[in-house]
Design a binder for this molecule. Structure first.
Ligand SMILES: Cc1cc2nc3c(=O)[nH]c(=O)nc-3n(C[C@H](O)[C@H](O)[C@H](O)COP(=O)(O)OP(=O)(O)OC[C@H]3O[C@@H](n4cnc5c(N)ncnc54)[C@H](O)[C@@H]3O)c2cc1C
Length: 424
């Protein structure tokens, strides 16, 4: 009888819990520890930030779906990971022993790395439901009294998609409110060029996204390092391809949303070098296991992945839902193999297939594998992507509430694209 403990109940953690429960024997235990009783569907947070979704529509209590499936659940959070003891300490003062630990705790948002960045400073955030809700409050005020706006992603960021999404969603919402002409918009990004996405570009992502920004009268600054944010001005160093500062901008803003750099969460980072890289991301081998403690697996945004390529201003590689699904499936298969006395043999694809919303249209991209050179790569724009993303939200939330076994990103995207299976 094995006990699998899953840390975190976000996109990676819930799939890991349901897939583990379905794959392992009836005598094996699965326990999930999250630091909140609720699940929130992160891809919908940009919509919540402009009031297109409410908290009630995209979050719900996890207890019911987990109980239905015989998965134990604790929402007091992990405060300490003790890999040598195979144990985690929890926020309610208890401890849990595990045979296998799946770390799926997502990102710590590193707003503190830039003076004035983040919701406690002078920029808004869409990274959590609390942030998105707060941002919507500011958005209403801003729309009543509009002015210059900045959207983008700072140095060290890896999650560029939501930055673009929010720029286009905000543009669409402002146009619906007949306020767009009052809002000069600038997209500020650490990417070396528009559409790099931390992936070295995907198909025609540069052309498509530049075109879209131009069409919507959104100016942009690339190779940008934000040095400081004051309440009405953002200070930005723009670099050339050699890394030399070519212009120092002092950009006025009345409303701005910048995606921060990510780190691993504190209790994971505190374990140190054997578990994590210097930014607290869990080191994993080709089977998603930590190289030192083979019974610890890492999935999702919280794992260490090297940047796809070196950029003048640091950028990271994004970890998206489809990729995360592949990490989960591999982790569960390898845990099952180990329990059965076999060697782990499942290697995740880490393929990236994404639907990026643009408010009234959208762009789908496929990068297989994520690290170039790639076997398959394309990006296509169309209203069908916006509609597909809205439909996916419903599909995903229904599946989780049912306690269905994933991988849901993979299942839905392959159906949508009319592909049966991707092997590499
Ligand atoms: C705004 C936004 C939009 C995105 N949109 C898309 C998209 O459309 N498509 C796509 O493919 N990808 C998207 N992504 C990227 C990625 O899919 C998401 O970030 C996804 O949520 C990552 O899943 P995760 O499980 O790694 O982390 P999360 O979903 O963030 O889950 C981490 C969980 O761990 C919990 N946790 C944190 N600390 C502790 C602790 N100490 N103890 C226990 N639990 C803890 C958190 O509360 C959370 O429930 C988006 C990212 C962002 C930020």
């Amino acid at each position: 009888m094995a006990h699998v403990v899953v840390m975190g109940a976000g996109i990676g953690g819930i799939s890991a819990a349901f897939e583990s429960k379905a794959a392992l024997g009836s005598g094996d235990r699965v326990t999930v520890v999250n630091n909140s009783p609720d699940f929130g569907f992160v891809p919908s947070f940009p919509w919540a930030a402009v009031g297109w979704r409410t908290r009630q529509q995209i979050t719900f209590p996890l207890e019911g779906p987990f109980t239905k499936k015989g998965i134990e659940f604790n929402s007091s959070g992990v405060t300490e990971v003790k890999p040598d003891d195979n144990q985690v300490a929890l926020g309610d003062g208890s401890t849990l022993d595990y045979d296998y630990l799946i770390i799926a705790t997502g990102p710590k948002l590193a707003f503190d790395e830039i003076d004035g960045l983040g919701p406690e400073g002078h920029t808004k955030s869409i990274c959590t439901i609390d942030h998105a809700e707060r941002t919507f409050g500011h958005w209403e005020h801003f729309c009543a009294d509009p002015g210059p706006m900045i959207v983008g992603a700072v140095q060290g960021a890896s999650c560029f998609g939501p930055g673009y999404e929010f720029a286009f969603i905000a543009d669409t919402d402002l146009r619906k409110r007949k306020k767009r002409s009052k809002v000069p918009m600038t997209f500020v990004t650490s990417e070396p060029y528009i559409g790099h996405l931390g992936l070295g570009g995907v198909g025609d992502s540069k052309g498509i996204l530049e075109h879209e920004l131009r069409q919507r009268h959104i100016k942009w600054i690339c190779n940008a390092k934000v040095t400081k944010v004051a309440h009405d001005v953002m200070f930005i160093d723009e670099h050339d391809d050699e890394g030399k500062v070519i212009k120092q901008h002092e950009l006025p803003h009345q409303f701005s949303m910048m995606v921060p750099a990510f780190k691993g969460i504190d209790p994971v980072a505190a374990v140190g070098d054997d578990l994590c890289n210097p930014r607290g991301f869990v080191k994993v081998d080709e089977y998603q296991r930590n190289p030192k403690w083979n019974n610890i697996y890492g999935v999702g945004v919280g794992i260490a992945i090297p940047p796809v390529e070196v950029t003048v201003v640091p950028t990271g590689a994004p970890k998206t839902g489809y990729m995360i699904d592949s990490m989960v499936t591999a982790s569960v298969a390898n845990i099952k193999a180990t329990i059965n006395g076999e060697e782990p043999s499942t290697i995740p694809t880490w393929n990236a297939i994404c639907l990026a919303d643009m408010g009234d249209t959208g762009a789908a991209f496929v990068a297989m594998p994520q690290i170039p050179p790639r076997n398959t790569v394309w990006m296509k724009k169309g209203r069908w992507v916006h509609l597909a993303k809205v439909a996916f939200e419903k599909y995903y939330l229904r599946k989780v509430k049912m306690g269905a076994t994933g991988p849901w990103f993979e299942e839905y995207t392959l159906k949508l694209l009319g592909i049966k299976k991707i092997d590499s």
